[in-house]
Design a protein around this ligand. Structure first.
Ligand SMILES: Cc1ncc(COP(=O)(O)O)c(C=O)c1O
Length: 384
């Protein structure tokens, strides 16, 4: 037992105590970093511990994985060198001739990778319209679809896909459902409890929370052949996280619940404040009652609507970029989920294939004082 936590402990306690155990030799209350790449054997040539070689496993990975499995009520978890490495490992389990279903709006690089493997390895790919309630069921081909991949809410329009319904559709066709929960985290959505088979988090975002670690997490509902294959892929393709990064990630995770609570409060206040602003065409945030998927969001996001929102500025690309240039507290940078607020003009970042509206600004709301953020956005909008 790496840390003594009972299953019934609240998620806040699980996180705050993550990895804390008193080291018998030094009295240290935080875990050590285990940089050793290799592990010795005893006089009978048996391994001294459960570890053999760090590309396979390492105590710092185990500490993160135990916690992640508990947070999502999963059977097991795996930490990867990036979110994309974790996504690629899941996609790698598809065989030639299999069919994959994904949303038309989702994290851009993951969709791009799906297109790449679809073309290269003869895997069918259907992208369904997230605004069409029947889109997902119509995209699934019973007997051929093996994997349904969703995000909820989707990035960067924050339309909400009903996870429970998606799981029912996937399972009725004997496919599995994998949910990218990067922007919600298990603080507010536990996708496995809603029927998903695998949950994915880019731990580079809210899990770590300090914009200084790139990492990915997969959590499985059950240990089965596919999960064993994913483990094999991680070990053999080598997409493991370094022990130091795993240690940093665990440190960041200890404050996940309070960070997520604060960003959810801040984002909701910002969304409400700017909903009817004269320079704003629309605020996209699932916590707003006016959001077309608010009812699904309220059911599925049980502890806050998260820190991500988008604003459609009146005008086009030029007006949106002018706002970005006037902002002082929102850092103009990609990514999300850190303690600092970020703003991004997605259309400039994605390629010409992007369907993101040119007047859309995506905000990752941080933990700063919300009045400073509101005043900043107000002054920037009023200058266009
Ligand atoms: C929703 C979502 N999924 C997956 C990823 C990929 O994760 P990583 O950057 O850790 O590889 C990102 C990164 O921005 C993301 O925002």
């Amino acid at each position: 037992m790496l840390f003594d936590l009972k299953k019934q402990e609240h998620i806040n306690t699980l996180l705050a105590k993550a990895g804390h155990k008193i080291d018998k030799n030094s009295g240290s209350v935080i875990p050590s970093i285990h940089p050793s790449t290799t592990y010795a054997r005893d006089e009978d040539y048996n391994l001294i511990s459960e570890y053999l070689y760090t590309r396979l496993d390492n105590q710092n990975y185990t500490e993160v994985e135990l916690l992640c499995a508990k947070l999502d009520n999963g059977a097991d978890a795996l930490v990867f060198s990036s979110g994309m490495a974790a996504i690629a490992a899941v996609l790698e389990t598809l065989n030639v001739g299999d069919h994959l279903v994904a949303p038309n709006v989702m994290y851009y690089a993951a969709q791009d990778w799906m297109r790449y493997i679809s073309n290269k390895h003869g895997i069918g790919l259907t992208l369904f319209d997230v605004t069409d309630e029947e889109g997902i069921s119509q995209a699934i081909i019973p007997g051929k679809t093996k994997l349904v991949w969703i995000e909820s809410p989707v990035n960067p329009t924050w339309d909400v896909i009903d996870i429970q319904r998606a799981a029912e559709f996937a399972h009725s066709a004997e496919a599995i459902l994998c949910v990218d929960c990067t922007v919600v985290s298990p603080i507010t959505t536990k996708a496995l409890d809603l029927g998903a088979d695998i949950v994915f988090h880019s731990a580079s975002k809210y899990y770590n929370g300090h914009s200084d670690v790139i990492a990915g997490i997969l959590v499985t509902k059950e240990i089965n052949e596919r999960w064993e294959e994913i483990k094999y892929i991680r070990t053999h393709a080598g997409g493991v996280l370094g022990p130091f990064e795993a240690w940093l990630l665990l440190r960041g995770m200890r404050t996940l619940s309070i960070r997520f609570e604060r960003v959810s409060q801040n984002a909701l206040k910002i969304a409400q404040h700017f909903e009817y602003h004269s320079k704003v065409e629309k605020v996209l945030y699932p916590g707003l009652k006016s959001h077309s998927h608010h009812l699904i969001a309220a059911r599925q996001m049980t502890n806050g609507f998260g820190g991500m929102l988008s604003i459609l500025v009146k005008g086009g690309s030029e007006e949106a970029l002018r706002v970005v240039k006037k902002l002082k507290h929102f850092v103009p940078a990609t990514s999300l989920g850190g303690v600092e607020s970020l703003v991004e003009h997605r259309a400039s970042v994605e390629s010409e294939k992007s369907t993101v509206p040119k007047n859309l600004l995506r905000f990752s709301v941080g933990i700063e004082d919300v009045n400073d953020l509101i005043n900043d956005l107000d002054q920037a909008l009023n200058k266009i």
